[in-house]
Design a protein around this ligand. Structure first.
Ligand SMILES: [Zn+2]
Length: 336
């Protein structure tokens, strides 16, 4: 069966002396694409403002000596991965990332302007929201222009808007790759890259990503941003509804990918936060999300949960309404 991943993740890199692409080798980047050598990949999924959760998870992994050789980022996970890849997986680098998150406001990422929205509805603007804020954020904090030049190897997952297939980008312009990965359909404009129209990687089949990755590394840590499973009331604004819908879709994609995973590498799915009452467009709780994720992940690691089988147990779709027939006790809560 033909792979849904159109570009073999990062297997080829530009920049050889003769102008031809060269295969990334252990000698030139420190990543050993040979299983059995103890290599580790972190997979950071999307989730809007809930991407702050991943900062706390990364801090806990750092505290416990878990280090990535490779980062795979999708949507806000690509934004976080780009910072770590450029500034390094260090205590100071993660503290800097936490500072950026705690200073963000919704308008920095999702600036809402009626004229822009009306223009989009009329077909005169490519999206309901301008991506200038996110672009500026990346301009300020990206330390490398080309993905292949990242000090710590990283790849970015986007989705081909025409074919629906996942596209894993491991080389070329870094900023446009991250922008493509984070291009929430209709909210942000698609990114045209190498003849393809790319949107948010959260739509892509992550099963293919994990299967491909498992051929290269020994351990894969999946860092979900999660979804708001315990909102007091459903989101009402179009932005809030779109973000909640996308995070649920991402969670569904992750559940399917993890449940059907049968790769060689050991898969560790880090527990998300549950119950979670923060909308994916609410940036005012980043500090609390980081601290809570840090503590939750640290407890999970200290209990040796990273070595327990059945990694999908943290990913169920659920809510916390006692009267809802769909309510479930989340396995993470049950385990406490
Ligand atoms: Zn929950």
């Amino acid at each position: 069966m033909r792979s849904a991943i159109q570009q073999r993740p990062g297997a080829l890199r530009p920049g050889s002396a003769d102008g031809k692409s060269v295969r990334r080798t252990p000698a030139d980047n420190g990543v050993k694409n040979v299983r059995g050598s103890g290599t580790t990949a972190f997979v950071l999924s999307g989730g809007g403002s809930l991407g702050a959760v991943q900062v706390g998870v990364l801090q806990a992994l750092w505290d416990n000596g878990v280090r990535p050789d490779l980062l795979i980022g999708t949507s806000v996970g690509a934004v976080n991965a780009a910072h770590v890849a450029g500034h390094g997986f260090t205590e100071d680098g993660l503290a800097d990332l936490a500072r950026i998150w705690t200073g963000l406001r919704r308008s920095d990422v999702f600036p809402l302007h009626p004229v822009r929205a009306l223009s989009a509805v009329g077909g005169w603007a490519p999206s309901l929201v301008s991506d200038a804020g996110l672009r500026g954020l990346l301009h300020r904090h990206l330390t490398f222009a080309e993905l292949g030049a990242a000090p710590l190897e990283m790849r970015v997952v986007a989705t081909d808007l025409v074919s629906g297939r996942g596209v894993v980008l491991g080389e070329g312009d870094a900023l446009s790759a991250v922008m493509a990965s984070a291009a929430i359909p209709a909210l942000f404009p698609p990114v045209v890259r190498e003849g393809r129209c790319l949107v948010d990687g959260g739509l892509a089949d992550h099963g293919e990503v994990l299967a491909s990755l498992s051929e290269e590394v020994d351990d894969i840590y999946v860092l979900p941003a999660g979804f708001a499973c315990a909102l007091a009331v459903p989101p009402r604004s179009p932005l809030g509804v779109a973000a909640q819908a996308l995070t649920i879709l991402i969670q569904q994609r992750l559940v399917a990918a993890v449940e059907h995973y049968d790769g060689h590498a050991h898969l560790h799915v880090v527990p998300g936060l549950c119950p979670l009452r923060v909308s994916a467009v609410d940036f005012s709780h980043s500090s609390a999300l980081i601290a809570r994720a840090h503590a939750t992940t640290r407890r999970w690691l200290e209990r040796g949960a990273a070595d327990v089988e059945d990694p999908a147990r943290f990913l169920s779709l659920h809510d916390h309404r006692s009267t809802s027939p769909g309510s479930v006790v989340h396995p993470l809560r049950a385990a406490r």
